[in-house]
Design a protein around this ligand. Structure first.
Ligand code: NI
Length: 140
């Protein structure tokens, strides 16, 4: 991919705020303010992009569930088979004697991913779930 042309612009900012920002970016490991600001802008655009139910997106769904709960694993697997075109990959980790972690990578629209994420998370025996969405639509 070719390097996009760069534009320089000046920003007026309160001294206290830029000190806090500089501490934050040093802690986060950025070498320059420019890269930190670019990442903030991209994060904001992605955040807005994933508010649009029709936006093409990728999701990472993590589920922690009770391994002993009857039929739960069949429900979880069955629903994923019903939507196999949206499931990119699934990783299963046996956390301890009782608990499993399943990490499911999904692709589709934001609305579809949220819907399946909610359906999977709401099965009885799922103890914790989190869904992280990203879209590349705004940040090519
Ligand atoms: Ni397991």
């Amino acid at each position: 991919m070719s390097q996009p042309s760069l534009i320089r612009f000046g920003v007026s900012i309160e001294q206290d705020l830029i000190k806090k920002f500089d501490r934050h970016i040093a802690h986060a490991g950025y070498d320059t303010r420019s890269e930190a600001i670019r990442d903030l802008i991209r994060a904001r655009l992605v955040e807005e992009g994933v508010q649009d139910p029709g936006a093409a997106a990728t999701g990472v769904l993590s589920l922690v569930y009770d391994h002993h709960k009857r039929e739960l694993e069949e429900h979880l697997t069955g629903l994923q088979h019903d939507h196999h075109e949206m499931i990119i990959a699934t990783t299963h980790v046996h956390l301890d004697h009782h608990n499993c972690l399943e990490v499911i990578l999904l692709k589709g629209t934001v609305g579809e991913i949220r819907e399946i994420g909610s359906a999977l998370a709401s099965f009885k025996g799922v103890k914790h779930s989190s869904l992280s969405l990203t879209t590349t639509r705004e940040i090519h």
